[in-house]
Write a protein of this length. Structure first.
Lengths: 302, 75
C-alpha cells in the first residue's frame, strides 16, 4: 500500500465506514512519532483494532506498541503464522500475510526481494511477527536460513514460553522445569538460546527485552526496522507473558514482566558496526527533524 | 455480569499523566481526552484485566481507576 491508496476521495468519504475515515484522519498514517506514536497512545486512532486476545494479554500490549512504533505504516507489510499473535496482528490496518505453519520468514525473504526490485526508489518495510513456536520450533529452519542468507527484514519473536493457542504444550522456549497443562512432569531441558543462534546466523541487530519501558521498546522496534532496510536481518526477542497458561493474575501481568526483566529476559542489545552507523545516522536525522518541527511550531505561535 | 475499569475523571484531571493509556493491552479502549485532561474508558471494549489499576494505584499511587460492575445498557 501507499498513502495514495489509503486516502479516500473527498466525494466518497461520506459513504465509507466511519472507522476507516477516522483512521485516515486521526490515525498514524503519514504522521510523525510525536503526533501519533507510542508516547501518546490513547490520543489517536490506532492501527490495531478490537482483537479477540484474552483479558490482560501482554502479547496484545506489545503488538499495540509495535504498530504504534512503525516508522512508515503505509509502506509496511507484516507476516505471521499460526498462534495467538496473528489474532491481533491480522486485525490491524496494515497488510498482513498469514504463513502456513512457520514459513513466515521464507515468505518474507521473497517479499522483501520483490519489493526491492519493484520499488527501488523507496523503503518497503517487511516485518515478521510470530510466536516462539512459529519462530524457534516449527519455523526454525526457515528462520535460520533467512538469517544465514542475510535477508533484509525484521523478525520479531513474541515469546510467551508456551503453545498458548493450543492448550499449553511446552515449546523450545519454555524454561527448564516449567509445569504446563500438557507437560505435567515439567520441561526436562532449558530454553533455546535464541539470541545466540541469531548472532551465529548473522543477524546484524539483536535485542532481547521485556517490554516494560514503552519508550525504549519503541526505539528498539524502530532501530530494528531502520537497520533491516539497509544492512541485514534484525531480530527482536520479546517477553510477552501468557497469563492464562502460566496462571498470572491479570492485574499482575505488568509486575511479572518487570520481574522477568531482572531474570532471564534481562535487556541485551547487540549490533554490528555497520548497524551502529545506520542507527546513529537515522537517529541524528530524526533529532534534527524534531528540532526543526519544534522551531517551526514556535515561529507559528508567535 | 463483569467488571470494567472506571476512571474518576475529577481526580484524574489533577494529574493529567496519561500513563494508564500507554499500558492497556486493548487498542482504542482506554483513551485520553486532551480537552478535559482526563482518561476515559470505552466500556464496550474493556475486558476488565485491571492492568490500568496496577499502573495507577500500585506504580503511581494515584488511585484514580477502580473496577466496577458494567452497567447493563438498554438496546
Amino acid at each position: 500500500m501507499s498513502m495514495k491508496y489509503i486516502t479516500p476521495a473527498e466525494t466518497f468519504k461520506k459513504y465509507l465506514p466511519k472507522d476507516y475515515v477516522e483512521l485516515v484522519d486521526y490515525g498514524p498514517f503519514g504522521k510523525s512519532q510525536e503526533e501519533a506514536g507510542p508516547g501518546n497512545m490513547g490520543q489517536f486512532k490506532e492501527l490495531l483494532e478490537e482483537h479477540p486476545m484474552c483479558s490482560g494479554c501482554w502479547m496484545a500490549y506489545f503488538i499495540r506498541v509495535i504498530f504504534a512504533a512503525l516508522p512508515n505504516p503505509e509502506e509496511t507489510v507484516t507476516l505471521g503464522t499460526a498462534g495467538c499473535g496473528r489474532l491481533a496482528i491480522s486485525q490491524a490496518a496494515v497488510p498482513f500475510i498469514y504463513g502456513n505453519y512457520g514459513d513466515q520468514n521464507a515468505m518474507a525473504s521473497g517479499l522483501t526481494r520483490a519489493f526491492r526490485l519493484r520499488f527501488p526508489e523507496k523503503h518497503k518495510d517487511v516485518i515478521t511477527i510470530a510466536g516462539d513456536g512459529g519462530t524457534m520450533d516449527i519455523g526454525f529452519s526457515m528462520t535460520m536460513h533467512s538469517w544465514i542468507r542475510g535477508e533484509k527484514f525484521t523478525t520479531i519473536m513474541l515469546d510467551n514460553e508456551v503453545y498458548g493457542n493450543t492448550g499449553g504444550q511446552e515449546s523450545g522456549m519454555s524454561p527448564q522445569g516449567a509445569v504446563l497443562k500438557m507437560a505435567p512432569e515439567g520441561k526436562k531441558f532449558g530454553k533455546m538460546p535464541a539470541t545466540d543462534l541469531a548472532k551465529a546466523a548473522g543477524c546484524v541487530y539483536i535485542v532481547r527485552l521485556s517490554p516494560t519501558n514503552i519508550k525504549k521498546a519503541a526505539q528498539i522496534i524502530r532501530r530494528a526496522i531502520f537497520v533491516a532496510r539497509e544492512v541485514g536481518p534484525t531480530f527482536i526477542h520479546a517477553y510477552t507473558s501468557c497469563n492464562i497458561e502460566y496462571s498470572i493474575p491479570t492485574e499482575e501481568v505488568f509486575k511479572d514482566a518487570k520481574e522477568k526483566e531482572k531474570g532471564r529476559f534481562s535487556f541485551d542489545e547487540y549490533m554490528t558496526d555497520a548497524a551502529r552507523e545506520v542507527i546513529e545516522r537515522v537517529e541524528a536525522e530524526e533529532k534534527a527533524a524534531r528540532k526543526a518541527r519544534k522551531e517551526a511550531m514556535k515561529a507559528g505561535a508567535m | 455480569m463483569y467488571y470494567v475499569a472506571k476512571v474518576d475523571s475529577d481526580k484524574c484531571a489533577d494529574y493529567k499523566c496519561n500513563m494508564c493509556t500507554l499500558y492497556c493491552p486493548e487498542a482504542n479502549t482506554l483513551m485520553f481526552d486532551k480537552e478535559n485532561n482526563t482518561s476515559w474508558v470505552d466500556e464496550d471494549r474493556c475486558k476488565g484485566c485491571a492492568l490500568c489499576v496496577y499502573v495507577c494505584t500500585d506504580l503511581l499511587d494515584r488511585s484514580c481507576i477502580t473496577m466496577e460492575m458494567a452497567q447493563a445498557q438498554e438496546a
